[in-house]
Design a protein around this ligand. Structure first.
Ligand code: QV4
Ligand code: CA
Length: 463
């Protein structure tokens, strides 16, 4: 079954992309719990291919399963279990990136990260085991070369090989059973839910059968890139959980680059899915590096705009939110920071709270961390007092919070905050500035920090 994350009212998941299990356990304890994060999306935990041919240990190895054994680039099964237990112990949940649509790509064979042999061309994965009978019969794929090449035809999208990845025949009881076993093992360890990779390429009926076999409810969000550009719509997955709303990435980028476009969000007139079905983010691990073709998004590479975009997303009452946490990279295939022999480096923490060893740790940037607390504090409230003029935007959230951005770097004007009288910290600058709300809810709002021209006040989020 599916249920919305029971995160005790917490509202934000962080994707600790390519982090080792030992580093995630430490981050739960030293940072994520106190910051009020709902949970962590981790990289795929299953055994995967080791790529040294078309690229040198690229990050995308993990999207080519060899088996459902729990030894991967991020660590051993024991380390994974330890991480889940330590994060759960401090109220931070773990969401696994489940790759169920396929196994490794054609043309690949050898040994996976848990030591299992495999041969994709022979459709032979003894580590599960899967054999040729467990892969989508080739005559069910209408494309000339067997690969997905026509997003206008649902049969092509679901029954062909996505970039040559061997496509599992999810209609069979055996494949479904092996995947139910895999997810139930993870639930038993303490995992709270799943991102379903390439869900767009899976038949909803197959997903429904898998979810129906689970030992307990879990939070599901399905990766379905729908930009009104194909036959497969996010709506087909609404009964299976939330869906990634990729149109949000493009719209928030457009709106933050040109505030006059932000007004459209008010009526959600952007043709996006309903808020209670939307799983939203500013960027993700694919589109921050030009994969998945999901448009020109704002990433950590443009810190000024990125802080505005993430803050706005976290302030605005739409969707369930995820923030990306990246590593610095040059080439699109480049894997995580490593020791020279492709052993992923620990995440080190500098005295100022930033991360070392090549990790970006956007989730630790002050505006982003503090807006997580804002989103938790205002959860369930409506937006009101929407103001948009030139490069200034502001709105209130019930009587719990008020948010403003002055993209030019300065603002000094009176707003109706909707909040009770009192003096509130601007949480963005750590209370270096305060706001006094009058008995009628009005307040003089002043923004002077050109680098982070964001103001957020809220009841119960002063940390
Ligand atoms: C190559 C050729 C193919 C050939 C194949 C034969 O390009 O034509 O048939 O070899 O094996 C890697 C390589 C790719 C290679 C493929 C299979 O980049 O060149 O094909 O492996 O060997 C990630 C990366 C892909 C990577 C894949 C598997 O983005 O580049 O492919 O992992 O390692 C669509 C989908 C959406 C998807 C998005 C990327 O609708 O679901 O494309 N997003 C998810 C994940 C994404 C992941 C996958 C799906 C696949 O977010 O990270 O792709 O699991 O929009
Ligand atoms: Ca498929």
């Amino acid at each position: 079954g599916y249920f919305d994350p029971d995160c005790g009212g917490k509202q934000v998941i962080v994707h600790l992309f390519e982090w080792k299990w030992t580093s995630i356990a430490e981050e739960c304890e030293r940072f994520l719990s106190a910051a009020g994060f709902c949970g962590v999306q981790v990289s795929p935990v299953h055994e995967h291919v080791i790529v040294t041919t078309d690229a040198m240990r690229p990050w995308w190895e993990r999207y080519q399963p060899v088996s459902y054994k729990l030894t991967s680039r991020s660590g051993t099964e024991e380390e994974f279990i330890d991480m889940v237990q330590r994060c759960n112990a401090v109220g931070v949940r773990i969401y696994v990136d489940a790759v169920l649509n396929h196994m490794a790509g054609l043309g690949r064979s050898g040994i996976g990260t848990a030591g299992s042999s495999f041969d994709s061309d022979a459709h032979d994965f003894p580590g599960v085991p899967f054999t040729v009978a467990d892969f989508t019969p080739r005559d069910m794929c209408p494309s000339h070369d067997g690969n997905v090449n026509n997003y206008g035809d649902p049969n092509n999208v679901r029954n062909c090989y996505l970039v040559g990845l061997t496509d599992l025949y999810g209609a069979t009881d055996y494949v479904r059973q092996k995947q139910i076993e895999y997810l139930n093992r993870l639930l038993e360890i303490g995992v709270a839910g799943f991102r379903v990779d390439a869900a767009k390429h899976m038949w909803p009926a197959d997903l429904e059968a898998i979810q129906g076999g689970l030992s307990k409810p879990a939070f599901f969000y399905h990766e379905v890139i729908d930009r009104n550009d194909g036959a497969v719509k996010v709506d087909e997955y609404f009964h299976l959980g939330r869906v990634t709303e990729f149109r949000y990435c493009s719209k928030i980028a457009t709106g933050i680059r040109d505030f006059s476009q932000l007004g459209n969000l008010i009526d959600l007139g952007w043709g996006m899915c309903p808020s209670d079905k939307a799983f939203v983010f500013v960027d993700n691990h694919d589109n921050q590096r030009g994969h998945g073709g999901a448009g020109d998004v704002i990433t950590h590479k443009d810190p000024f705009l990125y802080k505005l975009a993430i803050s706005y997303m976290l302030a605005y009452p739409y969707g369930f939110t995820r923030v990306m946490s990246s590593y610095f990279f040059e080439s699109t295939d480049e894997g995580p920071p490593h020791d020279g022999n492709y052993n992923t480096l620990d995440v080190t923490i500098n005295p100022d709270g930033s991360c070392g060893n090549g990790w970006v740790c956007e989730h630790r940037w002050a505006p982003i961390t503090r807006m997580v607390a804002f989103r938790n504090a205002v959860a369930g409230t409506e937006l009101a007092n929407f103001f948009l003029e030139g490069d200034n935007v502001a709105f209130s959230r019930g009587d719990k919070g008020f948010f403003a951005i002055a993209k030019s770097g300065s603002m000094d004007r009176t707003f109706q905050t909707g909040m009770p009288a009192g003096t509130y910290c601007n949480i963005i600058d750590g209370c270096a500035s305060q706001v006094t709300v009058n008995g009628d809810g009005n307040a003089q709002i002043r923004i002077t920090n050109a680098d982070e021209p964001i103001l957020a006040i809220c009841q119960g989020c002063d940390g």
